[in-house]
Design a protein around this ligand. Structure first.
Ligand code: TRP
Length: 332
């Protein structure tokens, strides 16, 4: 069975974009692949703006709980917290000595995040993609399901793996990125030209997985659309309506064309209410399951401990092999 690895940063309350863009596809991957999912807290501390110690800790637990609530199944998949394994940081060091300064400096995400911050940006932010390469390569992952924005990071992981193997012998499996379908790209409700994300300008534009039904309804009611009052799909000309159509399609499993036929001629008010209702229906069981798990934090902690143990069973031998290949003297 092929092995899949993916990770998510605990940097904000999970939203509809995380659910439809990543989690839904992760949940179904469990049916035909061996899946390993990681809460990447070491990545989260590379951005000072997001690094508040107490918040980081609670968000890490919250993200793991959310992943279980949507259907990551610990009896089939491995779910763990990155910092629970020292192997990731240690492998990063080996890769640091293989990765080039030039290729890291050119990473689009680094350029974006460091822009305007001059010399104050952390070395951790610079090294972020190398840590990500370690995440993936330690597990011999065949596939990495990620958003399009991660394409360069996965290519770098391949390059690092390939260079390492070439220089020191075959240790690592070269992974390939797999991207979820385009429809899974959820846009901000207030500014449908940008992705729904933690950095959105207003809370009104982001639907949280744990928002109660009233809030969800309010957010959809105030979603930005346009003034021509026609329900049709056109991302360029009608980003707001198109986003709502895609959200409705994703939560109901129906096709966009089918929905356009059904809602043709109806007002935006009715349409928005229908989208809100479908989203509420999708979120309600998740919220219920989340509350159950949150009432029993010992259970989540136990699942994470078990996940770390299973992850280590794969990562530790890989790291040992890599250290040996490099020529480090292994302790007796
Ligand atoms: N950089 C990824 C993101 O922002 C998160 C991540 C870290 C990741 N390590 C990973 C994704 C390994 C896939 C595999 O989305």
């Amino acid at each position: 069975m092929r092995r899949v690895f993916s990770g998510m940063q605990p940097s904000g309350e999970p939203h509809l974009g995380n659910l439809l863009g990543a989690w839904v596809s992760w949940v179904s991957l469990q049916d035909d692949a061996e899946c390993i999912f990681c809460v990447v807290d070491l990545h989260a501390i590379t951005s000072p703006a997001e690094h508040d110690p107490a918040t980081l800790r609670s968000r890490t637990l919250q993200l793991a709980t959310g992943m279980l609530a949507v259907g990551i199944d610990p009896s089939r998949s491995t779910l763990f917290v990155q910092s629970h394994l020292h192997e990731h940081a240690e492998c990063t060091w080996l890769f640091n000595c293989v990765a080039g300064f030039g290729e890291l400096r050119k990473m689009p995400q680094f350029r974006e995040k460091s822009e305007g911050r001059g010399e104050s940006v952390s070395a951790g932010l610079f090294d972020y993609p190398v840590l990500q390469a370690a995440d993936i390569l330690l597990y011999h992952a065949d596939e990495v399901p990620v958003g399009e924005d991660q394409r360069h990071h996965i290519e770098l992981a391949r390059d690092i793996g390939q260079r390492f193997n070439h220089r020191f012998g075959e240790v690592f499996t070269l992974p390939k990125a797999v991207h979820p379908p385009a429809g899974a790209r959820v846009m901000d409700l207030q500014d449908p030209t940008v992705k729904m994300s933690k950095s959105a300008s207003s809370e009104k534009g982001i639907v949280r997985v744990l928002d109660d039904p009233d809030r969800v309804v309010k957010k959809f009611r105030s979603a930005v659309t346009d003034s021509d009052a026609v329900i049709r799909h056109d991302r360029e000309a009608k980003p707001g309506v198109s986003n709502l159509l895609e959200i409705l399609a994703a939560v109901t499993g129906r096709g966009v064309d089918d929905l356009v036929d059904e809602y043709a001629g109806q007002g935006y008010g009715t349409f928005k209410a229908a989208v809100a209702e479908a989203v509420v229906e999708r979120l309600t069981p998740i919220r219920r399951r989340y509350d159950e798990l949150a009432d029993d934090p010992g259970e989540v902690t136990r699942i994470l401990a078990d996940g770390a143990q299973r992850a280590r069973a794969i990562a530790a031998p890989t790291l040992r092999e890599a250290k040996e290949a490099v020529g480090l003297l292994l302790p007796a």
